[in-house]
Write a protein that binds this ligand. Structure first.
Ligand code: 6PG
Length: 246
């Protein structure tokens, strides 16, 4: 049974996501002395960052034990308008007391393949084991069913070995940088944030595993040994059968 939570507004959705972040961080630090999160780009995760920045609860977090990474990044410098890092820097990172050394930016100003190689090296230097086990991977979903930067018909969907890759999106005709599906599925917690009527058809398709010409990229995301929560606003669920919603 999928864990689907529906919220009456984007504000309520952002509140839930911020509270989930704080709770998971506190729990991870209590258990392992550390909390690792892979941030997402997009307008929906941005709501979470803004909410988290002003949340009283985040001020009690031991930010020195928290490490932030990116689940994906655009192939642009960190000060570019399209940069996921820039978005997180402006909405969250400048508002919290996290040590700069705990912010693991993707070197997206480099050639895409070199950036992916370097970031994978960084991840392998930080995480032990066969796969990175993030405490939390934040994801959004595009209306084409992409997540992170795993786009339909992209070669990255078939990546089985690498943790972090340069991925060409043929329909969008751009390169992106992204965690592979396996690196995401190794996470302890995956939180997918989706809002708006423009996502309703895809949400209905994905959550009911509807028949489609191909498996949508986000359908490849199922944690191996972790928990996955879909946090949706009521508009995004307008095409879902009622029995699917917890
Ligand atoms: C990005 C994100 C991407 C995003 C979806 C949904 O870099 O843009 O990683 O996967 O989460 O496109 O974006 P919205 O929430 O803005 O619709």
């Amino acid at each position: 049974m999928m864990n689907v939570k529906v919220f009456p507004s984007t504000t309520a959705l952002a509140d839930f996501a911020a509270e989930s972040f704080v709770q998971l961080a506190g729990e991870s630090i209590r258990r392992r002395g550390l909390f690792t999160a892979a941030l997402s780009g997009g307008s929906t995760p941005k709501l979470l960052y803004k909410e988290l920045a002003v949340s009283e609860r985040q001020r009690s977090l031991a930010w020195e034990n928290i490490h932030l990474f990116w689940g994906d990044e655009r192939c642009v410098p960190p000060d570019h308008l399209d940069s996921n890092y820039r978005m997180a820097r402006k909405t969250l990172l400048n508002e919290i007391s996290i040590p700069e050394g705990n912010i693991h930016r993707v070197p997206a100003e480099l050639d895409a393949r070199l950036a992916a190689f370097q970031y994978e090296e960084d991840l392998r230097g930080f995480f032990e084991g066969e796969w990175p086990r993030f405490d939390l991977v934040l994801l959004g979903m595009g209306d084409d069913g992409h997540t992170a930067s795993l786009f339909p018909d992209s070669a990255g969907l078939n990546e089985e070995e690498r943790w972090f890759i340069a991925n060409y999106a043929p329909k969008k005709q751009f390169w992106r940088l992204t965690l592979s599906k396996n690196a995401i599925n190794a996470a302890r917690n995956i939180l997918v944030l989706v809002q708006g009527t423009q996502k309703a058809d895809m949400i209905a398709n994905v959550l009911t595993k509807g028949e489609g010409e191909y498996v949508k990229p986000i359908m490849l995301i199922t944690p191996w040994d972790g928990r996955m929560v879909w946090a949706l606003d009521v508009e995004a669920t307008s095409k879902l059968p009622p029995d699917l919603i917890t």
